[in-house]
Write a new protein. Structure first.
Length: 247
């Protein structure tokens, strides 16, 4: 039976800049950087009239010049929320698979030229932003978001020919290490480097006491799906976003 553990972990491990609790819904804001940190998480029971509540959320996000975005998981409240949003012309985007693995099954990494930092630093951030084409205007927001994570974290960089060609983030909570922002230089993709980076992250998590790992991957990212399947991850559920532009 599914539970909300992964959703709670992802809320904790990818921090926004601010949060508003609104009648059981969690509204998150981070200057528009990533849907995950700028969306409504409707995972607790509601008491207000639904149409009124959606309208209020739209006004809140519009005031911040953000699109109103709902994360739709198997745990949404009310259960028919996705149908209601569809009727209100909310678009469906980013169909995503949540996957897990038990760490007692993982392989040892073969490449060992990695750097691991347990605190965010400008060097890692600059490398990540370059590899992932993050705009300069979002760097300070990202630095603050990653600094806000209160549980144990790992910022990893993988080197090849003395250059950083892959980066990633791991966060440990409740015996799980969550994997976030795994990115490889476009020139070095499909050559096994991302796999080595992930194996190092999983080993770090296991050494720190984690027993399991989880991640979220877009279902249209076929190469990433193949990689995670090769490592041993398997799907537990799916989610997507419902998005509406400001009026």
């Amino acid at each position: 039976m599914l539970d909300k553990t992964m959703e709670e972990l992802s809320l904790n491990n990818w921090q926004p800049l601010s949060t508003l609790l609104y009648d059981g819904w969690v509204l998150r804001f981070a200057n528009g950087y990533t849907k995950r940190a700028n969306s409504i998480q409707p995972i607790l029971y509601s008491t207000l009239e639904l149409e009124q509540k959606i309208d209020a959320c739209e006004k809140i996000y519009a005031e911040k010049n953000l699109r109103t975005t709902f994360k739709i998981t198997p745990f949404i409240q009310p259960e028919n929320l996705d149908d209601i949003l569809k009727e209100q012309a909310y678009s469906l985007v980013d169909y995503t698979s949540v996957q897990t693995i038990a760490l007692d099954t993982i392989s040892e990494p073969a490449l060992h030229r990695v750097r691991i930092d347990e605190k965010i630093n400008r060097e890692w951030l600059d490398c990540f932003c370059q590899l992932n084409n993050v705009e300069e205007k979002n760097k300070d927001t990202m630095m603050q978001m990653l600094s806000n994570i209160v549980t144990q974290k790992c910022f990893i960089s993988l080197y090849y020919n003395e250059e950083v060609i892959a980066c990633g983030l791991g966060v440990i909570e409740r015996e799980y290490i969550g994997l976030y922002d795994i990115v490889t230089d476009s020139q070095y993709r499909n050559q096994g480097f991302a796999e080595q980076l992930i194996l190092h992250l999983l080993k770090w998590g296991k050494d720190k006491g984690a027993k399991y790992s989880y991640l979220a991957v877009l279902l249209n990212n076929e190469s990433a799906l193949r990689l995670y399947s090769k490592i041993g991850f398997s799907e537990v559920y799916r989610y997507w976003y419902r998005v509406k532009e400001n009026k």
